[in-house]
Design a protein around this ligand. Structure first.
Ligand SMILES: *[C@@H]1O[C@H](CO)[C@@H](O)[C@H](O)[C@H]1NC(C)=O
Ligand SMILES: *[C@@H]1O[C@H](CO)[C@@H](O)[C@H](O)[C@H]1NC(C)=O
Ligand SMILES: *[C@@H]1O[C@H](CO)[C@@H](O)[C@H](O)[C@H]1NC(C)=O
Ligand SMILES: *[C@@H]1O[C@H](CO)[C@@H](O)[C@H](O)[C@H]1NC(C)=O
Ligand SMILES: *[C@@H]1O[C@H](CO)[C@@H](O)[C@H](O)[C@H]1NC(C)=O
Ligand SMILES: *[C@@H]1O[C@H](CO)[C@@H](O)[C@H](O)[C@H]1NC(C)=O
Ligand SMILES: *[C@@H]1O[C@H](CO)[C@@H](O)[C@H](O)[C@H]1NC(C)=O
Ligand SMILES: *[C@@H]1O[C@H](CO)[C@@H](O)[C@H](O)[C@H]1NC(C)=O
Length: 899
């Protein structure tokens, strides 16, 4: 989001609209004195309707436009401007932005002044929503800065994110801030994109769990979340920020929307922010299918959607759907308003042309129905009532009281904990880590003595004196000698610092080299200073920039055990470092305690338990490498350039591999964990079931540690092409040295559905037979779908008293949709078999299998048999007995034994 100076352009307009002080409507104000909307015991809907009925079109319009604290406070001097205040709330009364780099007490006083004015000096006394950024701590000076969301997700610990959200909300409240522009539910599926660091990684399930807890956490203190960016924004063409996104409805629903739905609907978020992109040719800000049909009609969402900063103007100026501003003509504000408000964008953020000022005129001219305006205002007012704003318009504390709430010892401690829990150990050869506390350590690299924050932090916060850099963290974790050499600048090819760094490494027992990517604070980022990640900073390569790679090489070549730390906002592709470094540690953009968190892990005070939230490719040219690729993807016949320079030719790829270097969910520990006794509470399941996967995890090492049990589901035969596997549950557990813990992960079968050819979600009809296995370090549940709306029939098998299959009986009910709920193992009944004509007796079992019209390749798994066959005409066999009367093309039968 960009906040350009907007006030100057509006001075003219402002003076036209501004009115004398206390110019409220005395009559309406008196009438409202005891109005229903002020009655906290009335229902929210009744209060909304009552208030709406009292509002003029001007007042309604003002609710739908974002204001800005800079309209009444000079953000560099704190000089108050009372006409600016009046003007702002005449024209832009619904919500206002406060995220400026100014002393927090100015923000607090500016908000207080505004809420007092609204409550006491306006006709209806509607308090405002007060907004800033908050993806990793609330954005104002000296609030606690947590690590970036991409790191949060590596903790695989949603409860920790809840704690962080509560801490963030307390620090927001203290200033009177009641809304945060977070969480980000976009997914890191295009790694060239600059905003990877703002996401919770590549997977919608993990992201959804993190986002859910964030929303629950902040809203538990009546600070509204704003789930963003709705939706499908983060895989732009060429990885370029705000670029078009290609995809269809199925991909939207399968990949992009589930995390949003979890944070928006399940967690009951009170606001949503739209996005900048177009999806399949439709700008999201004007997409009624997304913002109305799906969000409102299907999901039943009741609160409001705001545009992102400047996003509405993009309809004319980026997407070319209307006339942009020229030297002689203004932007086509009417066109923009008509394309957005009726299509589900309720509130217009600043940073653009304030097109929604057109609303009264457009209503007057009959171009927008007042019901559309009322709908938008109601959605926003509903949020305000729900937040308790009318009862508590100002949550802030007096300036002398904020110290006990903001940047407290507890919050700083929490930041350190999340940092340590988020670190991922990628390589640890010869058990180089943890470092002995007596070791002499050389700390090297351009990221070694900086606070390498991700974007969305306040101006110059990287210089806060309380920040802990890696060097400071390492220094305070050991009493042995710690030396430091920068080696090079991140942004330069200059190697003149190498000799000092090499000398430092040679004089030490271990070298810790911190290299990576870098972002900028919210001001520097938009001033255009150099950076390699962050909003509007996209890359064509994921390699280390400048002299950083050669620096790592020079240090490794000293022969000293070299621990490389990637301090970055996205994966780095230097496979040779993985090969050659003694250890490799991934620290996604840290918070203010990042150095302590890192030292905790390096010295073994914390056993690393982070797992990657995003897959690491070998090279940018192999993207995408997310784990949940669709079936038929990722053919692999790899080639390589060997370390000695030999070219080894493959085909996928010629000199590389499409497989990831490190997979989603990967991460090492100082402990060893082994899995056994993998079981599932139920194997015949349907959509209404919650089932439990259980595994015994043994820590066979002498150190305590935490393990993340990850459960993936594979839809074995689907009617459409689905992801090869999907994460559906996980749990992080602490296991003491030598102990075994039974870990249970709950799974909601209703979330295993797919979007079929008719774009119906099958979850209500799905029934699965499941098998559980453990592959490598994950639990895989194979789900064989046994029911769908494309069910064509089913087969009965007869068993003798020894349980041998002795033959099938019949195929029932082709082309009928049957009541799946009555299916299951065991004797069939008349009720589930309306068309039965064959035998039906004791010892007969219904086998769970399904045929789907649209597939060509079938496999039937029953208690008796596994059959692979291909057919063009319908015919079915049980055993070798022919059952139907149509011809099979091919039948391959494979006996699997008794049920
Ligand atoms: C509002 O209610 C209070 C207390 O119930 C009463 O004293 C006051 O007169 C009422 N005001 C109006 C304008 O009705
Ligand atoms: C804020 O004050 C400074 C210093 O007096 C001045 O230069 C600047 O123009 C003011 N900003 C606005 C928006 O009025
Ligand atoms: C707002 O109302 C209060 C009390 O009614 C009054 O004292 C104050 O002057 C008003 N302020 C403004 C800016 O109109
Ligand atoms: C943050 O705190 C430091 C003192 O620790 C102070 O110098 C600085 O001005 C503060 N920053 C802001 C933006 O308030
Ligand atoms: C804060 O200031 C107010 C008034 O200036 C005073 O009444 C209150 O006791 C102070 N609180 C603290 C915690 O110092
Ligand atoms: C460093 O030495 C001090 C003083 O002897 C001691 O209190 C502290 O625990 C030591 N720290 C470490 C990390 O060994
Ligand atoms: C990069 O930015 C830094 C300031 O952060 C500046 O000192 C340096 O000169 C810049 N280098 C280049 C090559 O742009
Ligand atoms: C691991 O230890 C072996 C034997 O001491 C040594 O040859 C090898 O270089 C070590 N590997 C690394 C990466 O330090």
């Amino acid at each position: 989001m960009t906040y350009l100076s907007i006030s100057t352009a509006l001075l003219l307009l402002g003076s036209l609209l501004s009115a004398p002080s206390n110019a409220y409507d005395l009559v309406r104000r008196q009438k409202a004195a005891n109005a229903t909307y002020k009655d906290s015991s009335a229902s929210v809907d009744v209060r909304v309707a009552d208030l709406l009925s009292r509002m003029t079109i001007q007042e309604k319009t003002a609710q739908l436009i974002q204001g800005d604290i800079s309209n009444w406070i000079n953000v560099t001097t704190n000089v108050f401007n009372s006409s600016g205040l009046e003007w702002n709330f005449k024209a832009r009364a619904g919500q206002f932005y406060v995220g400026y780099a100014m002393p927090p007490e100015w923000i607090s006083a500016g908000i207080k002044r505004a809420q007092d004015y609204l409550v006491h000096n306006t006709t209806l006394g509607i308090p405002a929503i007060t907004q800033t950024e908050g993806i990793h701590g609330v954005l104002y000076g000296n609030a606690t800065i947590f690590n970036s969301p991409i790191a949060h997700a590596c903790s695989w610990d949603p409860e920790l994110i809840y704690e962080m959200a509560v801490a963030t909300a307390k620090e927001s409240q203290a200033m009177g801030i009641n809304q945060l522009f977070a969480p980000v539910m976009d997914l890191a599926r295009e790694l060239r994109f600059g905003r990877v660091e703002e996401t919770y990684g590549e997977d919608h399930f993990l992201s959804g769990e993190m986002g859910y807890q964030y929303v629950k956490g902040v809203q538990s203190l009546n600070v509204s979340a704003t789930v963003k960016h709705f939706a499908g924004f983060s895989a732009p063409e060429q990885g370029l920020n705000t670029g078009p996104v290609h995809g269809g409805e199925r991909e939207l629903r399968t990949t992009w929307l589930p995390a949003f739905k979890r944070a928006i609907i399940d967690a009951d978020a009170w606001a949503i922010m739209g996005a900048y992109h177009s999806y399949d040719g439709i700008p999201s800000v004007a997409d009624d299918h997304l913002q109305e049909t799906i969000l409102r009609k299907e999901w039943g969402y009741k609160y409001f959607v705001t545009s992102d900063a400047g996003a509405t103007d993009r309809l004319c100026c980026a997407f070319k759907l209307c006339r942009c501003k020229t030297a002689n003509t203004p932007v086509d504000k009417e066109a923009i308003t008509l394309m957005t408000l009726p299509n589900g964008n309720d509130v217009e953020m600043g940073g653009g042309s304030y097109n929604y000022e057109m609303i009264p005129q457009l209503v007057e001219e009959g171009k927008i129905d007042i019901s559309v305006v009322d709908r938008a205002v109601s959605r926003q007012l509903r949020a305000k009532f729900k937040m308790g704003l009318f009862e508590n318009p100002y949550l802030g504390l007096p300036a002398n009281a904020t110290k006990s709430v903001v940047h407290t010892k507890e919050h700083v401690q929490l930041a350190r904990k999340i940092d340590a829990e988020s670190i991922v150990l990628l390589e640890n050869k010869n058990s180089t880590l943890p470092l002995p506390k007596s070791a002499k350590v050389a700390v090297i690299g351009p990221m070694a003595n900086v606070s390498n924050f991700g974007d969305y932090v306040v101006y110059r916060s990287q210089y806060n004196p309380t920040n802990v850099t890696p060097l400071l963290g390492i220094q305070s974790a050991t009493n042995a000698t710690v030396t430091y050499a920068k080696g090079c600048e991140s942004w330069s090819n200059d190697q003149s610092g190498f000799p000092d760094a090499v000398a430092a490494a040679k004089a030490a027992d271990f070298a810790v080299v911190v290299v990576g990517t870098w972002s900028r604070d919210q001001n520097e980022l938009w001033q255009g200073l150099n950076a390699t990640t962050g909003e509007h900073v996209d890359v064509a390569s994921l390699n280390l920039v400048g002299a950083m790679g050669p620096l790592v090489q020079a240090i490794i070549e000293t022969g000293k055990p070299t621990i490389v730390v990637y301090s970055s906002g996205k994966p780095i592709t230097e496979p040779w470092i993985s090969e050659n470094a003694a250890a490799l540690v991934q620290q996604f953009y840290p918070g203010e305690q990042g150095g302590n968190g890192l030292a905790d892990v390096l010295f073994g005070n914390v056993n690393p338990s982070g797992k990657l939230s995003v897959s690491f490719p070998y090279d940018v040219g192999t993207l995408p490498t997310y784990y949940d690729y669709l079936n038929s993807g990722r053919s692999t016949d790899p080639g390589a350039i060997l370390p000695n320079g030999t070219l080894q030719f493959g085909h996928q790829y010629v000199l590389n591999t499409p497989q990831p270097l490190y997979e989603f969910g990967y991460g090492l520990s100082y402990a060893n964990f082994t899995y056994s006794n993998v079981t599932l509470s139920k194997t015949e399941v349907s959509a209404s079931d919650t089932i439990t996967a259980t595994v015994s995890v043994t820590n066979s090492s002498p150190v305590d540690g935490k393990e993340v049990v990850q459960v993936y589901v594979q839809d074995v035969y689907a009617s459409i092409v689905v992801p090869n596997i999907e994460l559906k549950g996980f749990k992080k557990v602490e296991i003491k040295a030598g102990e075994t813990v039974d870990v249970s992960v709950e799974l909601e079968v209703g979330k295993w559905g797919l979007w079929n050819k008719k774009m119906d979600e099958l979850q209500n009809l799905s029934q699965f037979r499941t098998e559980i296995t453990q592959t490598k370090r994950v639990i895989l549940i194979k789900a064989l779908k046994t029911g769908s709306d494309e069910l064509l029939g089913f087969i009965y098998f007869k068993y003798n008293k020894d349980g041998d299959c002795v033959g099938g009986l019949r195929i029932a009910n082709f082309n009928a949709t049957l009541p799946i709920s009555s299916l299951g193992t065991g004797a069939s009944s008349k009720a589930s078999d309306p068309g039965q004509t064959g035998q039906h007796g004791e010892g007969m079992k219904l086998s769970t299998l399904v045929f789907r019209r649209n597939n060509y390749n079938y496999r039937i798994e029953s208690g008796c048999f596994k059959w692979n066959f291909i057919f063009k005409k319908w015919e079915f066999h049980c055993g070798l007995r022919r059952m139907g009367d149509k011809t099979l093309d091919k039948l391959r039968l494979k006996e699997q034994g008794k049920p």
